[in-house]
Design a protein around this ligand. Structure first.
Ligand SMILES: Cc1cc2nc3c(=O)[nH]c(=O)nc-3n(C[C@H](O)[C@H](O)[C@H](O)COP(=O)(O)OP(=O)(O)OC[C@H]3O[C@@H](n4cnc5c(N)ncnc54)[C@H](O)[C@@H]3O)c2cc1C
Ligand code: FES
Length: 229
């Protein structure tokens, strides 16, 4: 699939946004991702959709290596080659939700939060200059970790569900906090379509442990089912 770049912009220290026009008929749900071809790299690079409006997909990404450096240098009008939407996406319900994004994990939950009627949206960042411009949550936590605030957030907002994306250590703690959770997970991916089994995790469904791929069966999982290794 071909996309046409509308905009690339630095939105925080080491973080960029890329917005591109997708072909007509393209649609994507919060939690789903796109995989973008980068020159000289065999494996496409996966990125959560941070927004989708008027046919334009937005991704937010941290500069890591060759692929993300290429994306950061794209200019309006440039063409990109992508596949998507990939993965399952979050459930969207009327439940009172606590929405948590840690670091660039804010991307998929920012998109999700736009669809939720009752939510409190919290973003956690290492420093002030890492808060992405135009993607600000309701509450920003700087320094430490979101886990220092989890008990307070649950007591204050009494969520029926927590939707989260961020580092595994954060997600693991969220799945153990006593509130139903849906978490968007990440792992280095190869095929991105459920074939190579390079992104397998274990789920415990009703006492039966089974394999699931993050790229195809996820990346969003019921927190209570994930077996942490
Ligand atoms: C489903 C999914 C959604 C993602 N969504 C986003 C997003 O919205 N924004 C964003 O910034 N990133 C996201 N990522 C991670 C992103 O795909 C990688 O950062 C990117 O592929 C790095 O490419 P690169 O060529 O710049 O770096 P590389 O040269 O490939 O890697 C640089 C360093 O980053 C590490 N790395 C590469 N891929 C990952 C990964 N998946 N997870 C952790 N470390 C990795 C490598 O091991 C290496 O140390 C997502 C990953 C997945 C699987
Ligand atoms: S990356 Fe190949 S199965 Fe997920």
């Amino acid at each position: 699939m071909k996309g046409k770049v509308k905009k690339t912009e630095k939105v925080a220290n080491g973080m960029f946004m890329l917005q591109f026009e997708a072909p007509q008929g393209f649609n994507v749900r919060p939690g789903q991702f796109v995989s973008i071809l980068c020159p000289d790299l065999t494996l496409r690079r996966p990125f959560s959709c941070a927004d989708f409006e008027d046919g334009a997909v937005t991704v937010l990404f941290k500069l890591k290596g060759k692929g993300t450096s290429f994306l950061a240098g794209l200019q309006p009008g440039d063409e990109i080659d992508f596949v998507g939407p990939l993965g399952n996406g979050f459930d969207i319900s009327d439940k009172h939700a606590l929405v948590i994004g840690a670091g660039v994990g804010i991307a998929p939950v920012y998109f999700l939060n736009k669809f939720l009627k009752q939510s409190h949206f919290v973003g956690a960042f290492k420093s002030e200059d890492e808060v992405p411009k135009d993607f600000e949550p309701d509450e920003v936590i700087i320094g430490g970790t979101i886990l220092d605030h989890l008990e307070r957030l649950i007591a204050e907002h009494k969520p029926e569900i927590i939707h989260a994306c961020g580092p595994s250590v954060v997600l693991r703690a969220i799945t153990r906090c006593g509130v139903t959770s849906q978490i968007a997970m990440e792992k280095v991916m190869a095929c991105g379509i459920g074939v190579c089994k390079g992104c397998v995790i274990k789920l415990n469904r009703g006492g039966v442990v089974q394999n699931a791929t993050i790229c195809h069966d996820g990346p969003v999982f019921d927190g209570g089912e994930v077996v942490w290794e």
